[in-house]
Design a protein around this ligand. Structure first.
Ligand SMILES: [Zn+2]
Length: 356
């Protein structure tokens, strides 16, 4: 397994489901806290690391809210975004569709134009300095209802930053039917954005159906509960609608009772395209490489299988065709170099077709 861990660590990766504030690592939180000394977030690095050690979902919410409270001006947004890209670069993430919740900042009095300028500054700098290509998904914080939906759609259609590619919906599923958000999605889709709502994480397969029919979803955030509906699995497979699976997050939020019971193998057996993602990585005590290692274990993959899974994310992304081809070629080159080195070492590592 340690060989495969090394392969994964250096594997060029794309990530399609990862939240902006939820990606703030202790290092980044320390930088934000230094800008706002009145915040209750611990300043001492050791204490901060302890504060960040994932305990349970309630603890996650507490940490998340305290980080949201640290984001008070456009410079905080710029710093957070660029530093998230730095953490991605360290994991060999080459491309990420980062889910942003601009509504949370706009209602905290960060002017929308300054917000857009800050994320675009960070995106340009991340690509130039770190080789990380970022694109944005603007998501509706569903628990804030229709005002949040309308304002997010307005921002996405009237002030769209250059990097914006998609429109999402997060927050609780129970009590917030996907169809409620149809007008906001209709508006975003009419403006050329892709539809990528969360669905089928905290509720069952019907929510995934609703995301498909009401919100015209092109990919599903999580969607792991689709496993309970064979007709839905067949539909997702036939239409080639990918799921953005986040194994550790889905266990942490009790969507799945344990990693051992994660439905990843059944989803793949049903022919559904699966991508591997980290969701809110530091807050769930994980990172994308760890999620790939978990997927490899659950699916019994070798290096070739992991590379095939990584290419699923490239194919399912909203990157332009040339960008997709370049990233897929990087993955192939990494696998070829690995296979050659393994053959040279005489260990005979397999390059099986993989289950992805
Ligand atoms: Zn999410």
């Amino acid at each position: 397994m340690s060989d495969l861990t090394a392969f994964i660590a250096r594997l060029p990766k794309a990530e399609l489901h990862v939240h902006h504030v939820g990606s703030a690592s202790p290092r980044i939180v320390a930088e934000l806290a230094a800008r706002h000394p009145d915040s209750p977030v611990p300043k001492d690095p050791e204490e901060l690391a302890r504060y960040f050690t994932f305990r349970d979902f309630a603890h996650f919410v507490e940490v998340y809210i305290s980080v949201v409270d640290l984001i008070r001006d456009a410079e905080d947004i710029r710093l957070l975004t660029y530093e998230v890209a730095r953490d991605m670069a360290a994991q060999h993430i080459r491309y990420a569709e980062l889910t942003l919740t601009p509504y949370s900042s706009v209602i905290r009095d960060i002017p929308a134009p300054a917000y857009m300028e800050a994320i675009e500054d960070a995106r340009t700098a991340a690509e130039r300095d770190l080789g990380v290509v970022l694109r944005w998904c603007f998501d509706i914080p569903g628990e804030l209802g229709l005002p949040a939906a309308e304002e997010t759609a307005r921002l996405a259609t009237e002030l769209p930053p250059d990097g914006l590619v998609s429109f999402g919906l997060g927050g609780p599923e129970k009590g917030w039917p996907r169809g409620l958000f149809k007008p906001a999605f209709d508006r975003a889709i009419a403006a050329g954005l892709h539809s990528v709502p969360h669905a089928g994480e905290s509720t069952g397969p019907q929510t995934v159906w609703d995301a498909l029919t009401e919100l015209r979803a092109e990919r599903i955030g999580h969607g792991n509960n689709a496993v309970h509906d064979p007709a839905l699995l067949a539909h997702l497979a036939e239409r080639g609608i990918p799921l953005e699976i986040c194994p550790t997050s889905e266990v942490a939020t009790r969507s799945v009772s344990s990693l051992a019971e994660h439905p990843l193998p059944q989803l793949i057996d049903a022919g559904v395209t699966v991508t591997i993602n980290s969701d809110d990585p530091p807050m769930f005590g994980t990172d994308l490489s760890t999620e790939y290692a978990i997927a490899a274990r659950l699916l019994g993959l070798d290096a070739g299988g992991v590379a095939a899974l990584a290419k699923n994310a490239v194919t399912a992304s909203f990157l332009d065709p040339a960008g997709k081809a370049a990233l897929a070629a990087e993955i192939d080159a990494h696998l070829a170099a690995w296979t050659e080195a393994e053959a040279g070492a005489g260990t005979g590592a397999g390059t099986g077709a993989g289950a992805a």
